[in-house]
Design a protein around this ligand. Structure first.
Ligand code: ARG
Length: 622
């Protein structure tokens, strides 16, 4: 069997290998054409003509002033690819100067055999990098919303991708658990407990969510209303009412500020209530993560509160080193290229969301040793992150001790979740959709579908299957759409067994496993037969499998899980075409059957591995 050797030995996909070979051929044949000539290798659009084509001759012709067909025949002479390609002659040249390339069947089989290792061709890096993934990011005393669902699903998939590529990954759940709004609700809960209106032990996240809103309303003084009443002379009664509202709000705000000071000073009475609020919120958050199979637990929590003690030091440090300046009583970091500065301390001495993120970047890079920090957060926070990243680079916080330059800071921004009416996803009454209710609804629907498809299965057997189908559907619908775009949440679409859906991919794996159950019954379930790839559908499946390591790498580089989804869908489609065209257990010979079983087995492994990277577990039956 032909072995395709170095310098591209870590590559399995013939496309980049052929690109390198043709690049070298161009350089040898036309040394004056310039370095940047694109060898323009692409998968062939017409399988009967070849597996790949080289379209370089046309652009090259403009550079060197030679007819493209002549260039094509010259490139054929120069390219060194006998180990990979069937012999190239004039018949390979088509149209204005395309070169059709057909892989040698033994080369294709050789590449695929070399991919058939436990790692499926994914190389382990010599120096694994450390990557911090910022994900989940829920807020205390508030119901999680669908934005958090995206942060969980995308963040987990991005983290799993890095892990699969051999990086050391540290997940950080930057919980919004500090600051004046938290103090407001803490104060409100304390007051309610003292008055006997509520019992700390019985509080739920729904109660807290309501108390949070009440506290917000209570603390916001209607200065405008009061001014209007005065301006329009609406009478003493109206004025007195608004005056009372304003003083009440001022009082509530003063109470909240005092509570914040007590919280910062670790006053046990306040800390106890704050802790209870944190426990209720995190309990529900981690329960949703568990239900979804998102690998985030308590140990990932590094909330805003964990930076509280560092904020004054950050501001002092930046002022001392002249990175920050005082502007009208506030402290700001000005960064070139931004219309607005990064505000890090307000005139009243309070710190901001950004201050915490500067401290977080410093800890993540300088303490946790991150070479790269990836924020899986809503696109609406883009400016915030750009400013914070730029400010920390100026401050030197983004550089590891002893490193030459700053670590990579990236915002993996995502769009909104829309309802089927293409408006922000809300309940009918306009409320945020509760995540646990959303997951339960998916479970209920998946259970009905699985029951309809498998009337013979017992309830006990069906339950875990329905669970996997539901989770796969939710996650895959999110991950397969372009991350930065908004996407429409539709139970019907995501749960369909046909099309680019999670259930369809699960089903592809199930089909393969059922072939192996039959093979085992007949005692022929080998997975190490020699590969013979002759049928176009076999070749297509093999060519698709070979792209896996490259796709994984590109999903990690680009922070785009949808690239992996698109690949897995292509793979499942290629498998389906193969399975329709090529009998496996009924193959014409035992050797062919063994080759096809091995192809099936590799497809199962790549699909299962890719799904795992997305946070989806494959099933044996469904
Ligand atoms: N709690 C924030 C929110 O709900 C998300 C936190 C994102 N992470 C960060 N490091 N700022 O919007």
């Amino acid at each position: 069997m032909a072995r395709v050797v170095a310098p591209e030995s870590d590559q399995f996909d013939p496309l980049p290998i052929l690109s390198a070979r043709f690049r070298a051929a161009i350089a040898a044949a036309y040394p004056d054409a310039g370095e940047d000539i694109d060898p323009a290798i692409s998968a062939s659009r017409r399988a009967e003509l070849g597996d790949f084509q080289c379209n370089a001759a046309m652009a090259l012709s403009k550079r060197v002033g030679v007819a493209p067909r002549e260039i094509a025949s010259n490139l054929i002479k120069h390219v060194r690819a006998d180990d990979l390609l069937l012999p190239l002659d004039a018949s390979a040249i088509a149209g204005p100067g395309f070169i059709n390339l057909r892989l040698r069947p033994d080369a294709l089989a050789g590449l695929l055999t070399s991919l058939d290792t436990p790692a499926l061709g994914v190389a382990v890096p010599d120096n694994p990098s450390t990557i911090v993934v910022d994900l989940v990011g829920v807020n205390l005393a508030k119901q999680m919303h669908v934005g958090h669902l995206r942060s969980m699903i995308i963040g987990d998939a991005v983290a799993r991708t890095f892990e699969r590529l051999g990086a050391t990954v540290i997940r950080q759940n930057h919980v919004g658990d500090w600051g004046l709004p938290i103090a407001m609700v803490t104060h409100r809960v304390m007051r309610g407990a003292v008055r006997g209106d509520l019992k700390l032990d019985d509080l739920t996240l729904d109660d807290l969510d309501a108390l949070y809103r009440e506290a917000q309303a209570e603390c916001s003084a209607d200065h405008r209303g009061l001014a209007a009443v005065r301006r329009f002379g609406l009478g003493p009664k109206a004025e007195a009412e608004l005056q009372a509202q304003v003083s009440g709000a001022e009082q509530a705000l003063a109470d909240a500020k005092r509570t914040l000071t007590r919280l910062q000073g670790q006053d046990p009475e306040v800390v106890r209530v704050w802790q209870r609020i944190a426990d209720i919120t995190m309990g529900e958050c981690l329960e949703v993560c568990r239900k979804l199979g998102v690998a985030v637990d308590r140990s990932a929590s590094a909330g805003e509160s964990s930076y509280a003690g560092e904020l004054a030091g950050v501001v002092e440090d930046l002022l001392e080193r002249g990175v920050a300046t005082v502007d009208d009583g506030a402290v700001v970091v000005r960064v070139e290229g931004f219309g607005q500065p990064c505000l890090i301390r307000k005139g009243d001495g309070g710190f901001l969301y950004a201050t915490t993120d500067l401290a977080a970047i410093r800890r993540r890079v300088q303490k946790l040793g991150a070479d790269r920090v990836v924020y899986c957060v809503d696109a609406r926070q883009s400016l915030h992150f750009e400013l914070a990243f730029a400010a920390t680079r100026v401050a030197g916080y983004a550089t590891k001790p002893g490193a030459d330059g700053p670590s990579r800071l990236q915002h993996a921004a995502f769009g909104m979740v829309l309802g089927e009416d293409h408006r922000p996803f809300k309940t009918r009454s306009g409320e945020n959709v509760k995540l646990s209710a959303l997951i339960d609804e998916a479970l209920r629907r998946a259970a009905a579908i699985v029951a309809a498809k498998n009337p013979q299965m017992s309830e006990v057997e069906r339950e875990p299957i329905a669970r996997s189908v539901a989770i796969a559907a939710i996650k895959y619908a999110d991950l397969s759409s372009d991350r930065v775009k908004d996407y429409v949440f539709s139970f019907d679409r995501m749960l369909a067994f046909e099309g680019n859906t999670g259930p369809y991919l699960l089903y592809a794996v199930v089909r393969i496993r059922s072939i192996f159950r039959k093979a085992a019954d007949r005692g022929v379930d080998r997975t190490d037969g020699a590969l013979t790839l002759e049928h176009p559908a076999e070749r297509q499946l093999a060519l698709t499998l070979l792209r896996y390591p490259g796709v994984l790498q590109s999903a990690g580089d680009s922070l785009e899980p949808h690239r992996l989804c698109a690949f897995l869908f292509e793979l499942a489609t290629a498998f389906s075409a193969f399975f329709d065209a090529c009998p496996v257990l009924g193959a014409a010979s035992g050797d062919l059957r063994d080759s096809r079983l091995r192809l099936c087995h590799m497809t199962d492994r790549v699909l299962t591995d890719g799904l795992t990277v997305l946070g989806i577990s494959a099933l044996d039956r469904m």
